[in-house]
Write a protein that binds this ligand. Structure first.
Ligand SMILES: [Fe+2]
Ligand SMILES: [Fe+2]
Length: 200
């Protein structure tokens, strides 16, 4: 029963992700990207191994949550981002995390000193690109063209927490408001769902 409920919830979130993408993104290649994603673990993947969204379906929850945060920031600051660009940047910023987290178990001692096996995720990256935001940019652009500011935003979304953007993200933020806003939306989502600091 629990599994059925879990499956319903996971599939419901997956449908919401699909509907949001197809409603807001009308760009050539998006169906090819969605077709590839359907063959990955996107809909069941966690957002991290032990910090934020470390549960089945956590990655899709995180992507939808960042999208909502980004739309709120756009309203609050009056940036004027298009709905399509916000959807592309937010919903695809962490595609680098698909096919990376393998369900596993670990031993945990309870208060009586008895060991139990509990479920966890083990990080085992299927395709090692050597970057985080840059890997998401590569994966999206393998199917669908990104506008320059969308590419900058996805590439720099980790800001100072990614060694590859550590020294130049702030310069990118200055020139590209979408990049700053995506970074802040990602931080807000990560903070609210179990702060891990470096796994956004
Ligand atoms: Fe993220
Ligand atoms: Fe990320």
């Amino acid at each position: 029963m629990t599994d059925m409920v879990t499956n319903d919830v996971v599939e419901g979130r997956g449908r919401l992700f699909d509907d949001t993408v197809r409603t807001l993104i009308r760009r050539e290649g998006v169906e090819d990207l969605m077709g590839w994603l359907a063959k990955t673990d996107l809909y069941r993947a966690p957002a991290s191994s032990r910090y934020h969204g470390a549960y089945e379906g956590g990655l899709v929850d995180h992507l939808l949550d960042v999208h909502a945060e980004l739309r709120r920031l756009n309203d609050a600051y009056g940036f004027g981002f298009t709905e399509e660009s916000m959807a592309v940047a937010a919903l695809f910023h962490d595609l680098c995390k698909v096919n990376c987290y393998v369900p596993d178990t670990r031993n945990v001692k309870d208060e009586n000193g008895v060991w139990h096996k509990v479920p966890c995720y083990r990080f085992d990256e299927g395709f090692r690109y050597g970057g985080h935001g840059s890997k998401s940019v590569y994966l999206v652009q393998s199917f669908m063209r990104l506008e320059p500011e969308e590419a900058v935003a996805i590439n720099c979304h980790m800001g100072q927490f990614d060694a590859t953007t550590y020294s130049n993200a702030s310069a990118a933020f200055e020139q590209c408001p979408l990049a700053w806003a995506l970074h802040v939306a990602d931080e807000a989502s990560t903070y609210r769902s179990g702060w891990g600091g470096v796994d956004g």
